[in-house]
Design a protein around this ligand. Structure first.
Ligand SMILES: Cc1cc2nc3c(=O)[nH]c(=O)nc-3n(C[C@H](O)[C@H](O)[C@H](O)COP(=O)(O)O)c2cc1C
Length: 211
């Protein structure tokens, strides 16, 4: 589907059909779109968890204001960002970059030294927030790819982050949850939002053109 058409088709689905599972090949494409998202300095400071385990989804419902979309969806993607920037994390991604590009190991040292001098003195919370911003771009890519495949999604920020972190043992991985993405197929007859008009600010309110 053409991308803009897909964006008009999609909506934040409020009722999933629990009987309809999304094919693994489609889930893989949605995750691949998330992986291909751009990130600040290419640091890719987040990971995703793809959960189809019903018991775990049910547990997450209980720390997400009882949002049943999490139980009924086919797969739940959890975006989790680095809890902080470290020299090791920065070095690791640039080591991967130089290896993949067959460049000298020190090719980006001047740049990574600058990153470290900027990021490492900052409070962990500031760095987590910066990492989480990158995860949100990835979320957008995943939503867009899903829509283009006619797969429904709902971005979910309504959950208790610390509780999801505990359920997924994120702290020991140096991660913190950012946002959830239920993925599945709408149960249109029981979804109050399915046929309501999509409402956005008019273009003239949204855009200021400066020629
Ligand atoms: C960061 C973020 C968090 C959201 N959290 C929730 C949520 O917890 N539950 C929910 O049902 N919808 C949630 N939404 C969906 C929005 O309400 C929805 O995207 C918005 O109203 C626009 O409607 P549309 O997506 O149907 O076009 C969230 C959306 C975003 C971008």
């Amino acid at each position: 589907m053409e991308l803009l058409e897909a964006f008009k088709w999609r909506y934040a689905t409020k009722k999933y059909d629990p009987a309809r599972k999304v094919d693994k090949t489609l889930i893989d494409k949605i995750v691949e779109a998330a992986r291909l998202a751009p990130t600040s300095s290419g640091l890719q400071p987040f990971e995703v968890f793809v959960i189809s385990n019903q018991e775990l989804k049910n547990k997450i419902v209980s720390v997400a204001f009882d949002q049943q979309i999490i139980a009924d969806c086919s797969h739940l993607i959890v975006f989790a960002a680095w809890d902080n920037y470290t020299a090791e994390r920065i070095d690791e991604i640039y080591a991967l970059t130089t290896t993949e590009r067959e460049q000298p190991a020190d090719r980006y040292n001047a740049y990574t030294d600058r990153l470290k001098s900027l990021y490492l003195p900052r409070p962990a919370e500031v760095n987590y927030t910066h990492a989480a911003e990158q995860a949100f771009i990835s979320l957008g890519f995943a939503i867009a790819e899903a829509a283009s495949l006619k797969v429904d999604t709902t971005p979910v920020g309504g959950f208790i982050n610390d509780e999801v972190d505990k359920l997924l043992h994120l702290e020991e991985k140096g991660l913190r949850s950012v946002v959830l993405l239920p993925v599945g197929y709408r149960e249109e007859a029981n979804d109050w939002l399915a046929n309501l008009k999509k409402v956005r600010n008019p273009r003239e309110k949204f855009v200021t053109e400066i020629a």
